[in-house]
Design a protein. Sequence first.
Length: 138
Amino acid sequence: MTRDELLAYCMAKPGAWQDEPWEGDVVVKVGGKIFAFLGSEAGPEAGPEAEAQAGSQPESQPESQAGVAVGLKCGRNREVADEWLARYPDDASVMAYIGRAGWNTLRAGGAIPDDELREAIDASYDAVVSKLPKKERP
């Protein structure tokens, strides 16, 4: 999946809206709460390390997918979210700062199939919506 496809899939969710709470870092929210971090054009963990990683992607990976990733709520706690790390050690990582709460970064264009990425987006959205007050739910 490309970054645009990930963003479009997130934005198609009921009540979803795009925000940039930090300059250049795109997130998708529902009811004022983030359910997907798309980060800057370099991905959710942009910066020198991400750029270096993006530059070292395998030759077979299309340029449009180099460094494409999404940060999602992958479980109610770290233990549940760690299942992604065990299944996809090269394409899933713990998100900085909020990883202890079950947030992971999942890389597109690698071993994680697109349908599983979509399911992970669905699960993140559902987890965030379930915690919203009933009057704020879409």
